[in-house]
Write a protein that binds this ligand. Structure first.
Ligand code: GLU
Length: 467
């Protein structure tokens, strides 16, 4: 049997991290078993539909480097087929037309609430025919759910789950305007697409029992289910914007690498012993449904950040440069030219060892791309007071006299100047130098930076600071 999973997001305009985890798990399971992952957009909500939201999902998938098989399926496009199934169930006597008005439904709702019943629709049209139909009312089609007994579904994560059938109502499968309901569309699509495994959030576990009524009525093979526990925020409440970034796009924009995100999402609810750093190659070898935890996972921002730092260190310098180039422009309005790019590359190993995000990498290296004279940030400006300038003047002369201009040479000069003028406190010399060369107070080693900038550029920056 070929394993076929599916990723069926509703287009909301961004990709929630829970949705991304669902995509990743479906992708890993399919790829691990040489199967397929299909991509279906659940776009039946036409009132709120917009194409940009679909593009956002596709972009997020591409960024995460998760591919899918075949064309993207639009659920909306399949609506006639869904309606056809509703009519087939009607023909078979497994569904019926219900002519209740909104008022009647409201009355039933109130009554059921008063009686403490789990469902409200009293099935009053289940055994009536069209001959009883009131004039001018467009009926909905409802499915006949079992009246007694219980339904047990096996779930790969939750085990056997049983629901008393009295919890299931004769839910609507086709609306009065002829459009299918979500419950029907999902089942028909999953069946038609040959889906063998449904891996999704456990907020859909209740739906599985209602969807099961349709599978039974159509005598279709049911998929294997794996319902993933929710992702909670650090405080234990359902993960949302309130906790901080909750979408994949936000993490991308904050300078997270896709591999860090993937690794983090993988560990969010799935484990392989105590392993924290898991490459995609390992995940493709190891991923299974057995080791998905039953308990909800809590989002841990610090852990994601430390994974990101790890993957930045591992990242090839050229790729790092390519992925950060747009950020220099976005954050600083600067497009590093080839000389600046060369400097950044020379400093990349050092920058990488410090950076927790790509943003940090960019912010700490943008000075390589600046053209003197440039503005200093507030703290750097404060260091360039008279005292700082006096030190810079001394450094200027010493630098000019150096036979060679390596990080070691520069550091030795600074040490000697500190010895003579600042009681040996190197920081008192290095800090004004850093301010002059970088315009900031945060950067990799200033001696190394000066070497990479070169003598001419370094002297020009020191002179600009003195001017
Ligand atoms: N469209 C649903 C969602 O985004 C998924 C439905 C399903 O997996 O069955 O939550």
């Amino acid at each position: 049997m070929t394993i076929i999973t599916r990723f069926p997001p509703s287009p909301t305009g961004f990709m929630h991290i829970g949705t991304a985890r669902t995509a990743l798990f479906n992708w890993l399971y399919a790829r691990r078993h040489g199967g397929k992952m299909l991509f279906r957009i659940e776009d039946t909500d036409r009132a709120r539909h917009n194409e940009e939201a679909v593009v956002a999902l596709i972009n997020a998938m591409k960024w995460l480097d998760l591919d899918w098989d075949g064309e993207i399926v639009s659920q909306y496009e399949q609506r006639n087929r869904h309606a056809e199934v509703a009519l087939e169930l009607l023909d078979k006597g497994l569904a019926y037309r219900c002519y209740c008005s909104q008022e009647e439904l409201e009355e039933m709702r109130v009554k059921a609430k008063a009686d403490g019943k789990p469902t409200f629709y009293d099935r009053r049209w289940r055994n009536k025919g069209a001959e009883d139909a009131p004039e001018g009312v467009e009926p909905v089609i409802r499915i006949k759910a079992p009246l007694e007994g219980a339904t047990t579904l096996h779930d790969e994560v939750q085990g056997d789950v049983t629901v008393q059938n009295e919890q299931l109502d004769d839910f609507v499968i086709l609306r009065a305007d002829g459009t299918p309901t979500y419950m029907l569309s999902v089942v028909v699509d999953d069946h038609d697409m040959g889906v063998t495994h449904v891996i999704r959030g456990d907020d859909h576990l209740n739906n599985a029992f209602r969807q099961n009524v349709i599978y039974e009525a159509m005598e279709w093979d049911k998929p294997v289910y794996a319902h993933l526990p929710l992702i909670l925020g650090p405080d234990g409440a359902k993960m949302s914007k309130r906790h901080g970034a909750a979408s994949v796009e936000e993490y991308r924009d904050m300078g997270y690498l896709p591999e860090a995100m993937r690794n983090y999402l993988l560990r969010l609810g799935w484990s392989h012993g105590d392993d924290e750093i898991i490459s995609m190659a390992q995940a493709l070898e190891w991923f299974d449904l057995e080791h998905i935890g039953k308990a909800a996972a809590r989002f841990d921002f610090a852990k994601l950040e430390s994974l990101n730092a790890h993957y930045i260190k591992e990242c090839d310098n050229q790729r790092l440069l390519e992925s950060t180039l747009p950020l220099y422009k976005i954050r600083h309005g600067i497009e590093p030219d080839s000389a600046a790019q060369e400097r950044i590359m020379q400093s990349a190993d050092e920058l990488k060892s410090r950076a927790k995000t790509l943003i940090q990498f960019v912010d700490e290296s943008v000075f390589y791309a600046r053209v003197s004279p440039f503005e200093y940030d507030e703290k750097a400006a404060a260091l360039l007071d008279q005292d700082g300038k006096d030190i810079l003047k001394i450094l200027l002369d010493a630098f000019e006299a150096l036979p060679s201009f390596t990080a070691d040479d520069i550091q030795n000069v600074c040490k000697a100047v500190a010895q003579e003028h600042k009681d040996g406190k190197l920081g008192k010399v290095a800090m004004p130098l850093r301010a002059a060369l970088t315009g900031t107070t945060v950067s990799p080693s200033v001696f190394h930076a000066a070497e990479i900038l070169g003598r001419d550029e370094s002297l020009a920056r020191v002179r600009a600071a003195l001017a």
